[in-house]
Ligand binder design. Structure first.
Ligand code: GRG
Length: 305
């Protein structure tokens, strides 16, 4: 197994994550009921990707953040489910021939390989729409004002000021030789970081956090979001070393800008560790209550896939 950094993940966190993941899986299964037998195909396509596994790190972050501020997991559950729907739809669209053209995702054939491109696009669209519907309809135990703030934050994190913006700038930078670290950080802050931050911020809002706490926890999330991507890039290089047994990593074969390419492997590792350290310092004021968010920050750089 390849460890990105010399950080170990505690059994306590692994148990916690398993518990939360099982809970999230149950909630996801219930989130898309079959409304009409004519809708069998789109229903199947949506569920195929939504229930295809994955670490479920986003819903776990959302619920954990809600609980840190004294909220009940139930208050954050519809939003946590919705954020995994959005993450899933972004993966479905990312895998399409017009984007990355991938055949496999989460160890299974990609959505368009099974259902065709037309249905895959629509399954993604339907998951995105269902996500907003789900937050609006299912959230309980918090004021309508908070729900509105949550919906607004999710919209901003997903659209052109978030994931979509990051993806567009990423596409535009492909093949360019002059992509620098600042560009790369910008791309990932939007493409991956915005949704991770959204999970933590909406969780905090639903848990009743005040403005200052929402801001603080958002700063924490920005750092772990970036550390997550740096780690992904490192794993891409190191896992292709392992898989191929070659001295050239996947990273070296494509002309995509990555952190190891722009700053080297060792410097990337140090960068990820620094970001995690900073994120942990930001939540220090919460003391023991922040145990799981601290441990999740470590998990992000210590994970092996
Ligand atoms: C969001 C409206 C909308 C459209 C999609 C295609 C696209 C626009 C954006 C691409 C976003 C993308 C695929 C970012 C990469 C995110 C990422 C790091 C995925 C891997 O996440 P993990 O490791 O995966 O959490 P699992 O499978 O564990 O969930």
């Amino acid at each position: 197994l390849c460890m990105v950094a010399e950080v170990s993940v505690s059994d306590k966190l692994l148990q916690y994550m398993k518990l939360k993941k099982d809970y999230v899986e149950e909630q996801l299964k219930r989130s898309i009921p079959l409304l009409d037998s004519r809708l069998g195909l789109i229903h199947e396509a949506m569920r195929y990707s939504l229930l295809a596994g994955g670490k479920r790190i986003r819903p776990i972050l959302c619920i954990t953040s809600c609980e840190l501020f004294g909220g009940d997991a139930l208050a954050a559950t519809p939003t946590a489910v919705a954020l995994e729907m959005i993450h899933t739809m972004s993966l479905i669209h990312d895998d399409l021939p017009a984007m990355d053209n991938d055949d496999y995702r989460r160890g299974k054939l990609t959505n368009h390989k099974v259902f065709g491109e037309d249905i895959a696009i629509l399954a993604g669209d339907a998951l995105l729409a269902r996500a907003f519907e789900y937050i609006a309809n299912e959230t309980q135990g918090v004021s309508a004002e908070v729900v509105l703030k949550v919906i607004s934050f999710v919209g901003a994190s997903v659209g052109y000021s978030g994931i979509v913006g990051g993806q567009v700038v990423d596409i535009l930078s492909e093949g360019k030789k002059d992509v620098n670290i600042d560009d790369l950080i910008w791309i990932h802050k939007h493409k991956t970081g915005a949704l991770l931050k959204c999970c933590v911020v909406t969780g905090a809002l639903l848990g009743g956090a005040n403005e200052e706490d929402v801001c603080r926890i958002g700063e924490y999330a920005e750092r772990i979001g970036l550390a997550f991507q740096v780690t992904d890039d490192i794993l891409d290089v190191t896992s292709s070393f392992e898989e191929l047994g070659k001295s050239i990593g996947k990273d070296e074969r494509s002309d995509k800008a990555t952190f190891p390419r722009l700053m080297g492997l060792e410097e990337s590792r140090r960068f990820a560790e620094r970001l995690v350290q900073e994120s942990k310092t930001l939540i220090e004021p919460y003391g023991k209550r922040a145990y799981y968010l601290e441990a999740l920050a470590d998990y992000i750089v210590a994970r092996s896939h």
